[in-house]
Design a protein around this ligand. Structure first.
Ligand code: GYE
Length: 307
């Protein structure tokens, strides 16, 4: 009888892949949808998935990757907490002959042969889109607007790039000022806490909140309501992700705009893992296409959005 490999070859089928996935944490609704997508896609694609969570701790994430290397998984994928500090563990994976996929967040390393592919979004573009909405919705181009920025995890690719893209557009509009940038860590709780702080300091001087994700925007909405102002009216709010809770807030007029960031990366990750396991080349950067949503558009799309 034929052994499994031979049988696969005989049938023209690929070998089963073992994928070690080091998820970054549970910080947001986006992340929950992302994790679900990975689990479902692995199941659907018959991938042997080892999924571990680093709870937003880089050391933990590195330790998880080392475990995967020890286990000799076929492919490692991870969503890097921050951009720097991965050289050592990636070199270990490379020495062990294990290809590494960057899931949703990019990294900064000298040697780009340390990773194989990135699957995710263009965060700089997301930041630009958020700022463009403000530019397009200012009553007069001479009106000044005071903006509070709620930033995601410090030194993470989405926080750095969403800030960059936003600032790039603002540079041509000197009437739009970021009066403070506060670290909200991509969580609802921290977003709320930082918004409370901003309100204490600036009160109704604040015209706009730019949140790097929906969860922090929802936190800001709560803080603004408790402060006695109307979110979406007295203070405009824009965010990134376009999750179901953002659609709800848009439909009730409490959020003004959200820029989509697609968390459903599971199918592409499984596809890439299979290709790598079977010795085929894959593109280095796979960027997902995305939309933006106004209050009217959110009302129409809400039912279709199940994360
Ligand atoms: O936008 C945010 C999450 O890395 C794209 O991380 C991801 C971001 C996402 O916590 O909600």
């Amino acid at each position: 009888y034929l052994k499994r490999n031979e049988l696969n070859e005989h049938l023209g089928k690929d070998e089963k892949v073992t994928l070690g996935f080091a998820q970054v944490g549970n910080e947001s609704a986006w992340r929950t949808a992302n994790t679900d997508s990975i689990i479902k896609a692995a199941d659907h694609e018959n991938v042997d998935l080892q999924l571990k969570n680093a709870h937003n701790n880089q050391e933990k994430q590195i330790a998880i990757m080392r475990e995967f290397i020890k286990q000799k998984v076929d492919v490692i994928a991870f969503s890097p907490l921050v951009e720097h500090g991965w050289e050592e563990v990636l070199q270990e994976a490379k020495n062990a002959g294990i290809p590494v996929i960057l899931s949703d967040r990019e990294i900064k390393v000298q040697d780009n042969s340390l990773w194989t592919a990135f699957i995710g979004s263009d965060f700089v573009e997301e930041g630009r889109r958020a700022a463009q909405w403000i530019v397009d919705h200012m009553e007069s181009s001479k009106d000044t607007a005071h903006i509070i920025e709620l930033e995601g995890t410090k030194n993470s690719a989405p926080a750095t790039d969403r800030k960059l893209g936003f600032k790039e557009v603002l540079e041509n509009h000197h009437n739009l000022h970021i009066i403070d940038s506060l670290l909200g860590d991509f969580t609802l709780g921290k977003g709320k806490e930082m918004m409370e702080k901003a309100l204490q300091q600036f009160g109704s001087e604040i015209d706009i909140v730019y949140a790097h994700n929906d969860d922090m925007a929802i936190g800001a909405i709560e803080a603004i309501e408790e402060y006695g102002l109307r979110p979406g009216i007295d203070i405009k709010i824009i965010s990134i992700d376009a999750t179901n809770k953002a659609f709800k807030a848009l439909s009730t007029g409490k959020l003004n705009f959200t820029v989509e960031c697609n968390p459903l990366l599971g199918p592409q990750i499984m596809q890439a893992a299979k290709e790598l396991k079977n010795g085929r080349e894959i593109p280095m950067r796979i960027i997902t296409s995305e939309e933006t949503f106004t209050q009217e558009e959110a009302k129409k799309e809400m039912k279709k959005r199940n994360y």
